[in-house]
Write a protein that binds this ligand. Structure first.
Ligand code: ADP
Length: 191
């Protein structure tokens, strides 16, 4: 199996690239952001809880997020591998993911970070906010909070996987195709 973590700040293009990678490598794309938006759209108890954090640009509590992720993985065991997008976003989530993989006799093959500058992120998210209908894209204060949360809580996940030599960075600036080619080179290099 190939089990990827697609990593990077909000607006770094993870969702866009994941959609292309899924087609090429036939992996299951699991985006915790998409899962939360699905729950919010259906006004489920999980969605209502998540909404109060997401609309402020805060992280949903680990216990909620990890449980949701685990359900999704366990419901789809017979796949060629997973692309985790937007997860893990904290160290406890990373530990929970490694535990889940180990239970399946699997491990994370690579964490690939899309490296994008802050100014570019704010521009992209405000632009996306014009059409995405996402409350968390519409307000510059919320966007800045998401970037701060990324730096404080999420970036340490890169170092966590770097300890085992699992983390790599690719340049996330350029055209969608150029970035896709960089990602494919990293995936093709997995032995
Ligand atoms: P982006 O990466 O563009 O900010 P996502 O769709 O990945 O957007 O996530 C949107 C929001 O959903 C996050 O700001 C956060 O509130 C919540 N969320 C998504 N994934 C997680 C996670 N792994 N842990 C906690 N909260 C999460």
């Amino acid at each position: 199996m190939i089990n990827l973590i697609l990593f990077g700040p909000p607006g770094s293009g993870k969702g866009t690239q994941a959609a292309k990678l899924v087609e090429k490598y036939n992996l299951l794309h699991i985006s915790t952001g998409d899962l939360f938006r699905y729950e919010m759209g259906n006004n489920t108890p999980l969605g209502l809880e998540a909404k109060s954090y997401i609309n402020k640009g805060e992280l949903v509590p680990d216990s909620v997020t990890i449980g949701m992720l685990r359900n999704k993985v366990e419901a789809n065991p017979d796949v060629a591998g997973y692309i985790f997008d937007g997860f893990p976003r904290t160290i406890p989530q990373s530990e929970a993911l490694d535990k889940l993989m180990a239970e399946m006799d699997q491990k994370i093959s690579k964490l690939i970070m899309l490296d994008v500058e802050d100014v570019e992120i704010v521009t992209r998210l405000l632009e996306r906010g014009k059409t995405s209908g996402r409350k968390d894209d519409a307000d510059e204060g919320v966007i800045r909070n998401r970037i701060d949360v990324y730096k404080d809580n999420t970036f340490p996940v890169y170092d966590f996987y770097a300890q085992s030599g699992t983390s790599v960075k690719v340049d996330g600036m350029g055209s969608i195709e150029e970035i896709f080619d960089r990602l494919c080179a990293q995936i093709d290099a997995i032995k």
